[in-house]
Design a protein around this ligand. Structure first.
Ligand code: AMP
Ligand code: ZN
Length: 114
């Protein structure tokens, strides 16, 4: 999508601090980090949110989630714990309408979220 911020980041038309890339995903640092580790895991293909995902996206969604676990492990977060969040829709706080997983870790977290 030409006017989508995260599509532009995936296409490197807008700079970001990319920490991982493969054929289907890009992982980069959140510009306003809410924890010592705050990464955004996105598919290269445009999906507005989890609500738009279809059965055909099952493998991609699994890949995104497992990538979170792999990156968390590489950063030494597995033992302490970390949080994976996908804000879906305006009321949930989604502000960029390109599906993304937040990977947050490195500090204690509370529940329920605000
Ligand atoms: P959400 O509010 O769940 O849609 O998350 C969007 C996230 O994107 C927020 O945490 C923002 O800080 C982050 N963000 C917005 N613009 C950029 C950017 N140019 N580079 C990196 N992260 C961004
Ligand atoms: Zn997009």
């Amino acid at each position: 999508m030409s006017d989508c911020l995260f599509c532009k980041i995936a296409e490197k038309k807008i700079p970001s601090k990319i920490v991982h890339e493969d054929d289907r995903t890009v992982v980069f640092e959140d510009i306003h980090p809410q924890a010592p580790t705050h990464l955004l895991i996105i598919p290269k293909t445009h999906l507005a949110s989890l609500s738009e995902a279809k059965q055909a996206d099952r493998d991609l969604l699994g890949h995104l989630l497992l990538l979170c676990a792999t990156i968390a492990e590489a950063r030494g977060l597995t033992q302490s714990g970390y949080r994976v969040v996908s804000n879906t829709g305006a009321q949930a706080g989604q502000s960029v309408f390109h599906l993304h997983l937040h990977l947050l870790g490195g500090r204690p977290m509370h529940w329920p979220p605000g």
